[in-house]
Design a protein around this ligand. Sequence first.
Ligand code: GLV
Ligand code: MN
Ligand code: MN
Length: 422
Amino acid sequence: MTDSAASQLTAPSSAEPTVDGNRLWARLMAMAEIGRRGETGVDRPAFSSEDRAARRLLYEWACECGLEVSQDAIGNLFLRYPGRRRDLAPVLTGSHLDSQPTGGRFDGAYGVLASLEAVATLSGAGIRPQRSIEVVAWSNEEGGRFAPGAMGSQIFAGLRSLSDLLPLRDASGATLRESLSDTLAALPEAAIRSSSAPPAAYLEAHIEQGPRLYREEIPVGVVSGIQGCLWLEYEVRGVAAHAGTTPHEYRRDALEGAVRLIGQLRSRCLERSADCRFTVGRLNVEPNTPNTIPGCVTFTIDFRDADPAAFDELGRELREAAAPESFGLDIRELFRHSPEMFPREIVGVVAAAAQTHHYRVLELVSGAFHDALFIANICPAGMIFIRCRDGVSHNPLEFADPADVTAGAQVLTSALLELSRS
Ligand code: GLV
Ligand code: MN
Ligand code: MN
């Protein structure tokens, strides 16, 4: 833990431009009206009419600020604050505007609007850095409507091809091709850019989505990296049979097999790596009736670890797990990304920015993945966290204190200024 100052002061150093916390908060609340569910919930699926309205609102704010707006073929929206040297690669900063179906007001939108606040602050103070700073709203980070998530940043980083994904359909049968094309067409003012050179650096501000900052009463997190993440789907096959007539010694109950396998894998992971995360988030039982012994069970494992050796070793074991005795087993990998530690020079820039403003900070590894994980493949990347109440996110109750919202944007602004200086 880096505790950069004994107390949390709010007065910034005089040399640094000061963000307008009220303007940022007002924009966050205005954005949260789009797709609002209940008092504080947000449901803004990627490429939906709500997503289009959110993008238009961002576009209008960008115009007020004199930014140059463009979008790429997957709908990533870029707002450029031109630097003095247009020949230099820009510094990129942002997050996403789409939400989970039971999302809140901060996950994603905070990073986009804090980035907008940063460039509005620099512009308002008449500061024009050497490098351009580009605010980005990545398309479809959540993946709730069209999987996989982080689609925009993965395509931008060259990790996935758009043409492979276009035939995807959502639960209602709508294709990504049509929804994306309607989304691009809904903002004709934003020119379509055919390619983007790799940025000089990328910074993303986000709520922590976990409890560490909240528990330790620290407003700002300097993110040192993102833990590795592996998603696997298991299919355990037994034999469906009558629940009343089949004695236990004759059964091949797929749910029993699945439960045994989950128990073994879970114990192995937690014994080998106390800091890993092991989650079975989906379980489908067939035929799923009270009086038939399950013939087939599919379940997913979401496995995470920040330690590359443990991630590789346990990842291999999870992928190569043996079938429980007398059962059939197939294992399919849905997603994998190794742990990513951000370059120390970027972590240092963020820590120094927090120190400039006398914020108490904690250095921590992100438990969730973010667009920054993928952009880190093409340029030096880093993240800034702010604490969120009870560590809760993906929930209408998600909340970040206005003072922390301001603090994160202030740190982001100073760090961007430093990165765009040369
Ligand atoms: C993304 O939200 C994740 O699952 O980490
Ligand atoms: Mn997010
Ligand atoms: Mn999220």
